[in-house]
Design a protein around this ligand. Sequence first.
Ligand SMILES: Cc1ncc(COP(=O)(O)O)c(C=O)c1O
Length: 407
Amino acid sequence: MFNNTKMIYVDNSATTRVRPEVVEAMLPILKDDFGNPSSMHGFGRKAKKHLDDARINIASVINSEAEQIFFTSGGTESDNAVIFGLVRYFEENEIKGKKKHIITSKIEHPAIKEPLECLQKDGWHITWLNVNREGFLDLNELQSLITKETLLVSVIHANNEMGTIQDLNKISNICKTNNVLFHTDAVQSFGKIPINVKDLQLDFLSMSAHKIYGPKGVGALYIKSKDHFAPLLIGGGQENQIRPGTENLASIVGFGIAGKLLKGEMSEHTKNLCGLQIELMKGLSDIENVMLTGPSLQMIKENTLTERYLYRIPGHISICVRDVEGENIVLQADLKGIAASSGSACSSGTMEPSHVLVSLGVPHNYVRGSLRLTLGRENTEDDVRYIIESVKDIAGNLQRKALTLNN
Ligand SMILES: Cc1ncc(COP(=O)(O)O)c(C=O)c1O
């Protein structure tokens, strides 16, 4: 029988446990304050007040105006809404012919990658920027590829597989100088590291609640100005005409509380997670046939010193084990009571290495053996020690198996 109380959960980039304060805030909405925020009676007005408060909470995490926050069903919808919303606006206004170029990176989450691949098939010109071995973009390349036709640059802020954090400030300056719109998928960074949309001059930013100890199926999109934007969905007038549909109020309230709490704890959260991250990376780097991937240990140490600019999401660690399949490592870790994930995806019966690892240029004998360990607020130093010992065992056992099979 699966017993989750005995497990060490280190898959916080996949999702997080909803924190008790969030559940507490959500329950009254489900039980008593169940009104529809669009209704004019008392139930409706109370629901509307909850909705407004949640919007203020989320806006304050990124220093936006409350009216610039639009609630959605999560990061995937926010990402899709930006891409297809802009395209629809430009097509309806018959200016597609002038601006039909979008620049993105080779390490986007599928929620951006797939919509852009769709557009590519429809004749849009999409440029996929390269990254270096640690997952950072070459900003000179970005600068050189912008043309008069470029409508949008969309770049993931913190990569979900590598934890690499791009320098939004520099990217935004390039976009603004060239009069290009800028979107960032901040699903993995929102609430965890400082983001100030005004200072950064962002046009769009995607967020999700379940990565910050909030509920699943809710997120938000920051839109600087909705003047040149058409909604993805069509229906009622909710969310200021940008996202129709009766609001998922309990979850939105939970999202607001999760954001507010994490914002208040941000520097403590970062400090704790960076400390554990450094210990875990050090321990794993000593294991034979294990390669750390993404931004280096040295960069994490710099994180903790400057606090000015972060290179990697606090608590994010990724490794590759030589000549083994990531899926096997995840299953072995599960048997040892560790819940983690791999960057490989099973497609058509074969394990395909992730597009992110391939883009980083991870050597072919390591690229299939990826393991992602993402620490969260519940992890301890004991967890870190146990994980290091377990990975040592697992890597050794799988290596021996691979050798026996090959002989
Ligand atoms: C970077 C990134 N973007 C988008 C998403 C999708 O978010 P959601 O699960 O809320 O749809 C994720 C989820 O893992 C993500 O990591």
